[in-house]
Design a protein around this ligand. Structure first.
Ligand code: PMP
Ligand code: GLN
Length: 386
């Protein structure tokens, strides 16, 4: 008899863990799991060391250190013109992952429906299921990944509690347009549905385009939970400092779940995060340029290896159409690529409720050093002779 609870028995090992293990085993260049292989900025490392040395080493308040909530309120005002009250509307959690989980546990009742765009970030569906909710899927189709408002409307009904929007979107690199967000906002208000926006890639938008946030649309601030974190913007995915911004009633619900999950995140890292989120706007411009160069390099490498990348507007991922290459599916392709070509990518079928919908795609990450990307480019050439 298995001791495992039913609520987790259906979950496999995450695709990120699986592909990183396979990459390590075969000394493949890991363009799979999205984590930078370069150093985090000095200012953030120094701030963390200073916080530990200054003995910021005991529990933080459960809703996060006040200076960080204040700094996040300031930054959100600067970038989006949103005024968030640091005491009643901002909660610091252990990364966006805990923010997602606490939001869902705090808001979703058993039997409630939650609308999810697929391909989806892999923690959404398990979080919904652990809350007893029911995921309803809207499938984004390549290469445009556009939303059809009429099709989306069919997913809304009296049981719908929440819709999850991830923009810029992992794994497609899609940036939701203002028009698409407008359609979502209208449906949310019409059906009294809450929204959770996962904006961890908010500062990775290319080609002079702008990131739009749903909470900024009329009538949406009062029904939206905005989520972001430090990991992507400051190249510290291992720090796990994330936050929610939501109206006071919703913040209370998130807080109640959070206080019994972790109580609080790591205090010295929250202190260092104040330095991070207080960076001048030039930091973000440089970050976008830095990643745009990496994106273009990887796009060239993929094209020159005979692959068909779909140009991403944001994030640090590129989806590639592999449907014409003759592999059984994305898993077979990614395994071949890792073990035979020496470059690891993620098979996106893990991000669809019907894996066949992702079978013709592969996801590559470009949050890697120049020399890592150059070596991957060289190895990818083997695809032409293989
Ligand atoms: N959402 C998305 C779309 C992500 O790509 C990630 C990064 N893994 C997360 C949430 C989780 O962020 P964090 O590392 O801050 O928990
Ligand atoms: N967000 C990262 C990705 O999509 C990794 C997340 C993880 O390892 N859980 O690749």
């Amino acid at each position: 008899m298995s001791y495992m609870a039913q609520r987790v028995a259906g979950f496999g090992t995450t695709i990120f863990t699986e592909m990183t293990a396979l990459a390590n085993q075969h000394q493949a260049i890991n363009l799979g799991q999205g984590f930078p292989d370069f150093a985090a900025p000095d200012f953030i490392k120094k701030a963390a060391v200073a916080a530990i040395e200054a003995d910021v080493n005991q529990y933080a308040p459960a809703n996060g250190r006040p200076a960080l909530r204040q700094a996040i309120a300031q930054k959100t005002g600067t970038f989006y013109g949103i005024e968030a009250n640091p005491d009643t509307e901002i909660t610091i959690l252990h990364g966006a992952t805990e923010a997602i989980f606490a939001t869902i546990l705090g808001l979703v009742n058993p039997g409630d429906e939650v609308i999810v765009f697929e391909p989806f970030y892999d923690s959404y569906v398990p979080a919904i299921q652990m809350a007893g909710g029911i995921p309803r899927f809207y499938t984004l189709r390549p290469p445009e990944w556009q939303i059809d408002a009429a099709e989306l409307a069919t997913l809304f009904n009296a049981n719908t509690k929440l819709i999850i929007i991830n923009t810029p979107h992992n794994p497609t690199g899609k940036r939701f347009t203002q028009a698409e967000l407008g359609q979502i906002a209208q449906l949310c208000q019409q059906h009294d549905v809450l929204a959770m926006t996962d904006e961890v890639y908010e500062h990775l938008v290319f080609d002079g385009k702008q990131h739009h946030t749903l909470a900024n649309l009329p009538g949406m601030a009062e029904r939206t939970v905005m989520i972001s974190s430090l990991g992507k913007t400051f190249s510290v995915t291992g720090w796990k400092v994330g936050w929610t911004i939501a109206p006071p009633e919703i913040t209370k619900a998130i807080f109640r779940a959070h206080q019994f999950m972790t109580f609080c995140g790591a205090a010295p890292l929250q202190e260092a995060a104040v330095t991070a989120v207080s960076q001048p706007t030039s930091f973000y411009t440089e970050l976008t340029d830095f990643y745009a160069r990496k994106r273009d390099f990887l796009l060239d490498a993929l094209n020159s290896a005979g692959l068909t990348p779909i140009v991403p507007s944001g994030t640090y991922f590129v989806m590639v159409d592999i449907s014409h290459l003759g592999f059984a599916n994305d898993v077979a392709f990614c395994r071949y690529l890792t073990t035979e070509v020496g470059v690891a990518a993620i098979p996106p079928s893990a991000f669809y409720h019907n894996p066949a919908d992702g079978a013709g795609l592969a996801r590559f990450a470009f949050c890697k050093e120049e020399k890592t990307l150059a070596e991957a480019a060289k190895r990818l050439q083997r695809l032409k002779t293989g």
